[in-house]
Design a protein around this ligand. Sequence first.
Ligand SMILES: Nc1ncnc2c1ncn2[C@@H]1O[C@H](COP(=O)(O)OP(=O)(O)O)[C@@H](O)[C@H]1O
Ligand SMILES: [Mg+2]
Length: 476
Amino acid sequence: MFNSIRLRMAVTYLLLIAAVMLATGLILLNMLEKYYLSSAEENLERTGRLTAEFIASYLGDGADTVLLSNVAENFSRQINARIVIVSPQKTVVGDSLRVGGLLGTVMERKEVQEALEGGTGRSIQYSRLSDQWVLQVCIPVEKGDTSLGAVFLSSSLKPVYQTLTAVRRFLLTSTLVSMVFAGGLVVLFAHHLTAPIKELTAAAQQMAEGKLDQRIPINSADEIGRLAQQFNIMAARVKEMNQRLTRFVGDVSHELRTPLASIHVCLQSLQNYELSAEERQEFLEDINHETQRLIYLVEDLLELTRRQEISDKREVLSLKALLEEVLELTRPRVERKGLKLFTEIPEGLPYLYISPEELKRVVFNLLDNAIKYTPDGGWLKLGVESGPEQVMVTVQDTGCGIPGEAIPYLFERFYRVDKARSRYLGGTGLGLAICKEIVERYGGSIGVLETREGVGSTFFFTLPVDPSIQQPVAEL
Ligand SMILES: Nc1ncnc2c1ncn2[C@@H]1O[C@H](COP(=O)(O)OP(=O)(O)O)[C@@H](O)[C@H]1O
Ligand SMILES: [Mg+2]
């Protein structure tokens, strides 16, 4: 039940409002009650003292009860209370209630006793007779130190309690009204808040079911809006990755099928036909050639998918030493093809923090292409330019060059300007894609610096230089 944000919010807010209103109400009522009671008491006391002062000279033996009752009645009218005057013997000698009053009776009350002893008697009592709460005050009447009697005042607290009840009712009603109002607001607000979350959940569910075309409308710039935005970006990325994966698998299957089909044909011929030893040798060589291509292809594919593992093996290395190592390895091939190899490697090249295997792979692939696509008798040049922020390696050749419209696709997987030629030369179409993947992962860039068909091309790649990377201690 409490699994819904909307419900949790509504309950929390309502409880909060109820608690605040209840606490404020209780404090307010308490303060009001105290205020009313003390002001009623003050009122009674003031009138009591006035009466006491007034009647002091009339009290004593043989006091005129009619006169005293008149005085009591006059004063009582001003404050809507009953005033009773008693003698030091607690006998009632004056009463504002003329009919059915207490004249002549003895008033045995705690408040009266207190007043006769010189203090002020006070009490709040429930009167069963009149079915209401009453406030009673008793004031002494004195001449010097002699007690002449006391004035007893009693007034109903009904108006006070009526007001307090009205206030209590008002507070209760306003609490209920504000709870209903706030409850409505919270439900609306929570709906506004959770609607996009519900939409997100539904979209995520659809994506989990393989429907990758999910987009969520973005209606706000707040956290939820940003979440929706990120969801859309993620959904687009997932879709794109899915498409790329499908295309990649398609491309791979296609690339595998051609050599496999050739091998299959060769094997069938070997099996089904009477062939001369020479013909058999030719078929076997074809099988060998196609198998070699399959091995290259699988190796390059592994290279493309194994990237993460290799990049963990980063180390500080000298760019110059690494370039010379790769050049040494390629030199025999260059010479076999009758090409000339020039180098322009300046001193003081920076040290790089990089996986040597990966960097070798990039340089090797570029040199391999230059050798492959340059006809016999041409030349190649490997150059390096070092700047404060990056280092640029260039590989120039006098090969076939690249048509302008092909340049944007060169670094895509399996793209080859001349498929048959590349295949014949043992290419897989993955070399430049691997280079791009590696270089970009290290924050560098790769591209064609210049090319002219039939004249040659210059490829380049850059890598960022971190001046804080120093020569490793072993080489010092
Ligand atoms: N130095 C170059 N001169 C001419 N064409 C090149 C050169 N390097 C690459 N190419 C073109 O780019 C394509 C992609 O290169 P690459 O990804 O290394 O694949 P592969 O070398 O296996 O064919 C090549 O097939 C070729 O058409
Ligand atoms: Mg290549």
